[in-house]
Design a protein around this ligand. Structure first.
Ligand code: RIB
Ligand code: CA
Length: 311
């Protein structure tokens, strides 16, 4: 029986690769893709999600548009990393598959109400606005969620959008704080892990060596978005953040981490959006998240490349 997931996302080239990985993996049943404002505005993230489904030949996957602004703040976007469209790099045609008319938050609520408790996993690749809004609007669904696996936060790697905050959390810190406190089983892929999943030249060459439209597209997206991080971190590649979420579902032993308490800063301008992980358990705060700290990067890229070859 395939694992049922909803992918909540703000494509973004790395989101796109994560979606492709999920669609290439029969262990997963993608019930729907819900777009949120993040890397680029919602009008683009919902369009980009449909472009990726069409690239994978999966126009059967329903795509929904969700929240276009954070709960209480102005939207902060990341065109400086992902480009104006959010999927800069290759030339892309507009999608032809339709956007679903239902709001993404209603889709999340209705799906969790309908499906048996403990059978739907939320894979969150962007700001947590849709998830927090669904939990506010229908608190009874919180207990029905099997698990939330999200890319976000940072502790030992500190921030990427401010000195202390990672982008997904920073964009909507109130939403993140509410989701982290909701009591749902939580697996967090912070920068501490994703910064060890670098798109080195040999790994990008392996995408291109697939000699398929998907392999070429992933190589072109990687070549575009890695330029910013390679220059900033003076590294041999860029972190491939969001596919870590899907890879965890497919091969959890690629990752190691620690069950700790994680809370999100929402009051301080200086450290807004910081994920405060009690890694050394110096407080009495109850552990609420499996906070990942390490990854078998070779195994991750082998899994990713082998699965992309199926599309
Ligand atoms: O900080 C990295 C995260 O922010 C990734 O999810 C990337 O897609 C952006 O959303
Ligand atoms: Ca993302």
């Amino acid at each position: 029986m395939a694992r049922k997931i909803i992918i909540d996302t703000d494509p973004g080239q790395d989101d796109a690769v994560a979606i492709l990985l999920a669609l290439a993996s029969p262990e997963l049943e993608v019930l729907g893709i819900t777009a949120v404002a993040g890397n680029v505005p919602l009008a683009l993230t919902q369009k980009n999600a449909r472009i990726v489904c069409e690239l994978a030949g999966r126009t059967d996957i329903p795509v929904y548009a969700g929240c276009d602004t954070p709960l209480n703040r102005k939207l902060v976007t990341a065109e400086h990393v992902h480009g104006k469209t959010g999927l800069d790099g290759p030339q892309l045609s507009a999608p032809t598959m339709a956007l679903q008319p239902e709001h993404a938050v209603d889709f999340i609520i209705n799906t969790l109400r309908r499906e048996p408790a403990g059978t739907v996993t939320l894979c969150v690749l962007g700001p947590l606005t849709n998830i927090a809004t669904a939990f506010r609007r229908a608190p009874e669904i919180i207990a029905k969620v099997q698990e939330i696996v999200l890319m976000g936060g940072a502790y030992f790697q500190v921030g990427n959008i401010t000195p202390t905050a990672e982008f997904n959390i920073y964009v909507d810190p109130e939403a993140a704080a509410e989701v982290f406190a909701a009591g749902v089983p939580l697996v967090v892929m912070p920068l501490d892990v994703t910064h060890k999943a670098l798109t080195t030249q040999s790994r990008v060459d392996a995408f291109r060596a697939l000699s398929t439209p998907v392999g070429d597209m992933v190589a072109a997206w990687t070549n575009f978005f890695e330029r910013f991080d390679k220059e900033k971190y003076v590294s041999e590649g860029a972190p491939l953040h969001d596919p870590c979420v899907i890879a965890y579902l497919l091969q959890p032993d690629l990752f190691t981490g620690r069950q700790v308490n994680v809370m999100v800063e929402t009051g301080s301008d200086l450290t807004l959006g910081m994920t405060v992980a009690d890694w050394w358990r110096v407080t009495k705060r109850a552990p609420n998240a499996m906070f990942m700290g390490d990854i078998n990067a070779e195994g991750f890229f082998n899994l990713l490349t082998n699965r992309l070859a199926r599309l």
